[in-house]
Write a protein that binds this ligand. Structure first.
Ligand code: ACO
Length: 343
């Protein structure tokens, strides 16, 4: 081995020695009480239960009550995750909130959550990575804990997508729901996050976005009249990209971890469309029974999807200690993320 290679090897070895193993030690979720069924949507736009079910796998979705904002949902999920982890709010050192529908443009929803939780010493910020937000969040938190900057982190995925949904647009309004999921991360002796992989292709901003309300198109009478404060999506364009990107992300993260698909006990994907998820599973050769779905009851909750599905899978006993799970997500940006965890 050359001197240069030896130095590189020793550097990597050194990193491995001092980096801590990080795992999820508690999870929680909150879904608002109000439920909107496909039958109710049939009365709002020109659609049918049959179309929504066969094209997306969605039967119903939860919607936030009037006046309920992202932080209100986030707090409930966070409190459950903290109780599950047997952790006190005041001991949390970092709060990361993944959301595209925060309470306000600023300050961060994480700051609002910190105050409501009483997590006085936590450093707080939001992440905008749409449906891959939770995976981006745990990846960032993992780095801070692994390097001993912070001892622990609370990562929340939360959305009130109903606040940016155009209830007159049948192409989008049947797809989304509101909810929150949370995870407490800390050093673990065994297992934990084995590998993460994140990506972004900023050339496709136009096919999924919220056009107005930012500095490009600040709110005016015209932006409101033109319904530019509602989410716009070219769903058909995204479908194929989603399948290919999620498949590739899963392949990359597995390769990084030195594992094969046979090692995966459960895949917990972002819940955008049951057809996308099953196409990805088929391409990866993962049987249906090893794929977790909550889309039928929740729809697409963007940043909250993967973490609520994880929380439910754990609650239902579908994820047991020692299991290897794969999180895989894709969304507006376009962004994607995949993560392998030994539970
Ligand atoms: N009810 C009845 N008909 C409808 C509805 C509806 N709710 N919505 C669309 N249609 C019609 C369309 O108008 C179209 O009619 P036409 O053929 O007469 O023009 C027809 O159904 C087919 O439309 P498509 O868009 O081709 O339908 P598709 O099978 O692609 O399903 C869907 C649409 C569900 C949006 C799908 O494309 C999808 O899931 N795309 C990916 C979404 C995604 O992954 N987004 C990223 C994450 S979201 C985020 O980051 C916030």
């Amino acid at each position: 081995m050359s001197d240069k290679l030896t130095r590189k090897f020793l550097k990597q070895l050194d990193r491995k020695v001092w980096l801590k193993k990080v795992g999820i030690i508690g999870v929680g979720e909150y879904l608002p009480e109000k439920i909107l069924t496909n039958a109710q949507l049939e009365k709002m736009v020109d659609t049918s239960d049959e179309w929504i079910t066969t094209r997306t796998g969605i039967k119903e979705r939860h919607l936030a009550a009037e006046g309920q904002a992202a932080s209100d949902l986030a707090i409930k999920a966070a409190q459950q995750a903290l109780a599950n982890a047997k952790f006190k709010a005041e001991d949390i050192e970092l709060i990361v909130v993944a959301t595209i529908t925060g309470d306000m443009s600023f300050p961060s929803t994480a700051a609002i959550v910190q105050n409501k939780l009483g997590a006085k010493k936590a450093v707080c910020f939001d992440i905008s990575a749409a449906c891959a937000g939770f995976i981006y969040g745990i990846s960032v938190a993992q780095q801070f804990i692994a390097c001993s900057t912070y001892k622990n982190a609370l990562v929340i995925g939360v959305e009130v997508l109903s606040s940016i949904t155009d209830w007159q647009d049948r192409n989008t309004c049947v797809l989304f729901g509101d909810g929150a999921g949370a995870a407490v991360l800390a050093e673990v002796a065994k297992g934990g996050i084995i590998s993460t992989y994140l990506g972004c292709d900023g050339s496709k901003v136009d096919i999924l976005n919220l056009p107005a309300g930012g500095s490009r198109h600040p709110a005016t009478y015209a932006t409101v009249e033109n319904r530019q404060h509602f989410l716009k999506m070219q769903g058909n364009e995204l479908f194929k990209i989603a399948v290919n990107t999620m498949t590739k992300a899963a392949e990359v993260v597995l390769k990084q971890a030195g594992l094969t698909f046979a090692d995966i006990d459960l895949i917990i994907p972002h819940q955008a469309n049951a057809r996308i998820i099953m196409a990805v599973a088929k391409k990866l050769g993962i049987p249906e029974e090893r794929v977790y779905l909550n889309i039928e009851r929740c729809g697409n909750m963007s940043s909250a999807s993967t973490v609520t599905a994880l929380c439910e899978a754990v609650g239902e006993g579908k994820v047991k200690r020692g299991d290897i799970i794969l999180l895989d997500a894709f969304g507006a940006g376009l962004v994607w993320g995949a993560c392998i965890i030994e539970w």
